[in-house]
Every structure is written in C-alpha cells, then in structure tokens.
Design a protein around this ligand. Structure first.
Ligand code: PRT
Ligand code: MG
Length: 217
C-alpha cells in the first residue's frame, strides 16, 4: 500500500462519472471543496478530512486503484472489461453513466449479409477485448483494428466495415450516417475497491461502500 494513515483516496474521472458520483457523496453529507470542472486541481479535498478525490483519465481509474494510489474508484464497465482485474473488487453497480456497447455500420449496409458472407469483417474499436469476445461468440471471423477515438470515422473512409462503440443518445452515430445493428453489452459504472485496501483499511473503506449501497436502495 502506498498510503498509510487515516484517510482514503477515491479516483474519479471528470465529466459524467464525477457528476453522477457526487450525489452518492452528498448522501454521506460530503461535498467537494473545489469544483474540479472549474479548477485545474487534480487532488480535491472534501468536507470529510478523511476522504479526498483524485481526478484521472477514465481509463486510468483501475490502475490507480490496483497500485494502491487510491483505495476506491468509479469506472465504466467498458473500462473494466478492457483492463485486467487483478487486485480489484467490484462491489456495486452504481447504474450511472449508462450506455450500450454496440456494433454499428454505415446506413444501408446489410450487416447480416456481411456476417454471413464468410469474409473477414474489419472492425474498428477502442474496445478490443469486448469486441473479440462478442464476435468469437457469434462464430464470426473479424480483423480488429484498434483505435483510440473517433471510431465513427473508420467506416466512412474505408478503414473498417463496422465499429464497436458506446452509444447513449445515438446522436453521434446519426450525425455520421451510421446505424447500430447489434448490442454487445449494456454498460454502467461500477464502484471499484482495492482488495488489499479493503483488508488493510477496512474501517475507513467499508463505510463508504455501505453508504453507496444505501443510496442505491
Ligand atoms: O474522454 P476520455 O478519453 O478521457 O475517456 P472516456 O471517453 O472513456 O471518458 P468519459 O468521461 O467520456 O466516459 C466515461 C465513461 O462514461 C465511459 O467509460 C462509459 O462507461 C460511460 N459513458 C456513458 C460513455 C457514454 N455514455 C458515451 N456516450 N462514454 C463515452 N460515450 C461516447 C461514445 O464513445 C461516443 O463517442 O459518446 C459518444 C456517443 O454518444 P451519443 O450520445 O451521441 O450516442
Ligand atoms: Mg470521452
């Protein structure tokens, strides 16, 4: 464990996860001292001297928790699928930042025919592990093309036949003349906890898990 002493660090990402986690903290009577969306501070104290928040990239949350730089965090299931889960517990589905991981193709493309044609489908995605499992379960042969963003562009410029991406309102697909054709998985964000911290700092960490759980009821 990196940090000893009597406090707990929670790793959150800016944007929807931070926003949707604040009500859980408020349920415990905890407010942030600074607004991370406004200030550039990456370590944010809270009204509870025993709890601080660190602001990290969404896909980095598991790393901070696994390596003991934070005891707790909130991460999308998409991020957790792509990350290894060693040393991590996932005690609660917070049902926040909900969306769906979907396969999408260009409007007018016959996805079923493409799949059944037997030729290898080129699929661009940031979610390589989830996509690999999905197409393997379907028995479909695919070439996965790893991208880090703007997946929607790939089918439009001939880089890929399909993409696997997160969809919430569907506006991004629509704006790029793509259609969702298949669901890979429902996604929501989870409270994650370091299994080591849960043992070593049980008295500090367990009450936070319990408070989040109460808010879900
Ligand atoms: O932005 P950054 O590169 O730092 O990381 P990130 O994109 O992973 O972080 P962030 O904060 O954008 O997302 C955090 C988590 O929110 C993700 O891990 C998901 O679990 C969840 N979430 C929920 C989403 C969406 N909804 C979502 N719509 N994450 C991303 N999107 C993107 C999607 O990839 C697509 O580009 O929004 C676009 C589609 O949105 P619609 O509304 O047009 O369908
Ligand atoms: Mg983003």
């Amino acid at each position: 464990m990196a940090k000893s002493g009597g406090f707990v660090t929670m790793a959150l990402s800016k944007g929807r996860i931070l926003e949707d986690t604040l009500p859980f903290l408020r349920g415990m009577g905890i407010e942030l001292i600074d607004d991370p969306e406004k200030s550039r501070k990456l370590i944010v104290e809270t009204s509870d001297p025993k709890l601080r928040i660190i602001i990290v990239r969404a896909s980095d949350v598991p790393t901070y928790v696994q390596r003991g730089a934070a005891e707790l965090g909130v991460a999308g299931k998409d991020v957790l699928i792509e990350n290894d889960s060693e040393g991590l517990l996932e005690p609660l589905d917070l049902k926040i930042a909900q969306c769906r991981l979907m396969v999408a193709v260009r409007e007018g493309v016959d996805y079923e025919a493409l799949i059944n044609s037997g030729s290898r489908l080129r699929v661009a995605t940031k979610y390589v592990k989830a996509a690999r499992d999905h197409f393997a379960n379907k028995g479909a042969q695919v070439d996965l093309i790893k991208l880090y963003g703007s997946m929607e562009l790939a089918p439009l410029v001939g880089l890929a036949d399909a993409i696997v991406d997160l969809v919430s309102s569907g506006k991004t697909l629509k704006a790029n003349k793509l259609v969702a054709v298949e669901e890979v998985q429902q996604i929501s964000s989870r409270l994650i906890v370091s299994s080591a911290a849960l043992k070593l700092k049980h008295k500090l960490v367990q009450p936070i898990i319990d408070a989040f759980e109460r808010k879900l009821r």
